[in-house]
Design a protein around this ligand. Structure first.
Ligand code: NI
Length: 175
């Protein structure tokens, strides 16, 4: 699956709820996970491959492999945020510190339509928040100040024009 890059309108759309839980959905989740691993990502949202639906996959780095979250929503969160570096497979080569909650509680469906409520902390909360933002058309650079965001857009466009990533080193924060 081809990953859509910053500037593609699908990344700014509000994704639709998933309503059908069939083999097609399972296949799609597995294709998303494969695309995520091929690009050294830790998370990938369906809009990032051009599908504006509420499906994300993440690898929470706990040895259990990838997991899918369908129609996920944050139903509670810590009042406090903390800063850490993030990247995004749709904005390759750009890494910046952004604030995220210390913990979040997520309500979501699994691939069979079963409802779950689960708490996530720190890095896991960060990755999931980042992916859930994708479903609302929001990107991590939106948390930066306007001047910084402009600078990044400029740097990103320059990199794309050169036909590659100036800074090919991908770190584990790519989502
Ligand atoms: Ni992302």
């Amino acid at each position: 699956m081809r990953i859509r890059l910053l500037g593609d309108p699908v990344l700014r759309m509000k994704a639709k709820d998933v309503e059908v839980f069939d083999d097609g959905l399972k296949k799609l989740a597995s294709d998303l996970a494969e695309t995520m691993y091929m690009n050294d990502g830790v998370g990938l949202a369906a809009p990032q491959v051009g599908l504006s639906i509420k499906l994300v996959v993440v690898d929470l780095n706990d040895g259990s492999g990838w997991r899918a979250f369908v129609n996920p929503k944050v139903v509670d969160r810590s009042k406090e945020n903390y800063m850490d570096v993030e990247g995004c497979l749709s904005i390759p080569g750009i890494f910046e510190e952004v604030p995220r909650p210390i913990w979040i509680v997520v309500e979501y469906l699994d691939l069979d339509g079963g409802l779950h409520t689960e708490k996530f902390e720190y890095q896991n909360a960060r990755v999931l928040s980042h992916e859930i933002d994708h479903l609302h058309g929001k990107l991590f650079i939106d948390y930066l100040g306007l001047a910084k965001r402009r600078l990044i857009l400029h740097r990103f466009m320059k990199m794309r024009r050169r036909g590659g990533s100036e800074n090919a080193n991908r770190i584990s924060g790519n989502a």
